[in-house]
Design a protein around this ligand. Structure first.
Ligand SMILES: [Zn+2]
Length: 430
């Protein structure tokens, strides 16, 4: 009797789990259609889609008004809330549900923005990316700027001296492809030692101009990416490994491949076949892509790889590696100045020209780079926080979960699990 009871209970639980899965699959499908419909109103919105092509054809054939998308999203949010799994459900099931609910909330916020709702910078980043970046005053950047003054002595504004120094480390255009290929090889081989990727994964690199970003990964599905590198401005040598890791291994390409393999194909969770740019997923994507650089190349290995492979391939003096990276690590500490310029500009406290000046003065952007960055802020707005705050949040999470020691394989394990599961930015803090 007891045995039968246990078997019956197990069968009932299995039936419930199946019902839950099929409910979630139905909700997931409706969500995908809404994301695709949003793409008709916001050209940047659908960053990747590799689900059923007929869903996209249906959306392309008939543009759904934003008001209708908003109504449908509200109804879907209600149904999703009603489909919450019990607290006893396994972690991945709960993550899936909470993720869909929160992604949908971001979709509704983006739709509201497109119909004229105005949010402050922090309200917007919270609504879209599930996080708020800390604020910084000018004074907080002063000690870093002073340290750079000491490293780059001379006359005139520090930003000009930094620019002069930096120019020595530009990759010559005729070496760019070779340097980038060497960087990709290094990132890929390090990643493959720790992450098993499905056979056939690969990407294509293209060099483009006229963009507000420096690099972009366009995930195509079927484990393939198109990576574009913007050559509008000279590319510095450190960008080779940074871009190869960020866009490729273990960054965006690997993240998308793992989501496709583990969630879409293995589990049939169709909602992951679409990636809405203005959503919490972007904080995880950008944060993990930036943190992934440090996972693949802990500092000493990075310097060694620059000395022995990257600088020689670029025809640069390998003896300059240490000094170059000492300056860069200081400049990196100014990255939150970029958020500050964006926050003040988008909140209407300063205008475009003042935002560019802020970036030059506190972020050490040269004039053309500051102007490119302001164009980026115009286009992507509070998305800027996903890079630095995202990196810091992912770093803290992975370090805490892996025990924070020097055991690199544990760090890779936690990092890989993060890339293969739907975890929200607010869930990283716990
Ligand atoms: Zn990115």
């Amino acid at each position: 009797m007891r045995m039968i009871g246990v078997v019956a209970a197990a069968a009932a639980a299995a039936t419930m789990a199946c019902a839950q899965d099929s409910d979630m699959n139905t909700l997931g499908e409706q969500y995908v259609r809404l994301v695709l419909a949003m793409g008709q109103h916001d050209a940047d919105y659908v960053d990747a889609y590799y689900g059923p092509p007929e869903w996209r054809r249906e959306v392309d054939a008939k543009k759904i008004p934003l008001a209708e998308i908003t109504t449908r999203a509200a109804a879907l949010a209600k149904e999703t809330a009603a489909a919450a799994p019990p607290a006893s459900a396994d972690e991945l099931t709960r993550l899936r549900h909470d993720y869909l609910a929160r992604q949908l909330e971001a979709l509704r916020a983006r739709a509201a923005m497109l119909t004229g709702t105005r949010l402050s910078f922090d309200e917007e980043s919270q609504a879209l990316y599930d996080a708020v970046a800390p604020t910084h005053t000018e004074a907080e950047f002063a000690s870093v700027l002073a340290a750079l003054e000491a490293k780059l002595p001379g006359r005139g504004p520090l930003v000009d001296r930094y620019d002069e120094f930096h120019k020595q480390f530009v990759i010559a255009p005729d070496r760019l492809d070779a340097v980038f290929k060497a960087a990709i090889d290094g990132c890929r081989s390090r990643t493959l030692q720790h992450i098993q990727l499905p056979p056939g994964e690969s990407f294509t690199v293209e060099y483009v101009t006229g963009k507000s970003w420096s690099g972009y990964n366009w995930y195509q599905g079927n484990y393939r990416s198109l990576i574009q590198v913007n050559t509008d401005l000279p590319i510095y040598i450190d960008r080779a490994v940074d871009l190869a890791c960020h866009e490729g291994y273990p960054g965006h390409h690997v993240y998308n491949v793992l989501l496709e393999k583990m969630l879409v194909r293995d589990r049939g969770w169709v909602e992951f076949s679409v990636y809405p740019l203005h959503s919490p997923q972007s904080l995880i994507a950008e944060g993990s892509a930036n943190y992934g650089i440090d996972v693949a190349f802990p500092r000493p290995e990075r310097l060694q790889f620059e000395r022995t492979v990257i600088f020689p391939t670029a025809g640069l003096d390998a003896g300059a590696v240490e000094g170059y990276y000492a300056v860069l690590s200081l400049v990196d500490r100014l990255s939150y100045a970029g958020n500050e310029a964006a926050r003040r500009y988008l909140n209407g406290q300063i205008d475009r020209a003042a935002a560019a000046r802020w970036l030059e003065r506190y972020g050490l952007y040269s004039t053309p780079r500051a102007q490119q960055r302001v164009r980026f802020i115009d286009q992507y707005r509070s998305y800027v926080i996903n890079y630095n705050l995202g990196k810091d949040m992912v770093a803290r999470y992975v370090e805490a979960e892996s025990g924070g020691g020097s055991d690199t394989s544990r760090r890779w394990d936690v990092f890989t699990r993060l890339l293969s599961s739907p975890r929200l930015p607010s869930g990283l803090a716990r």
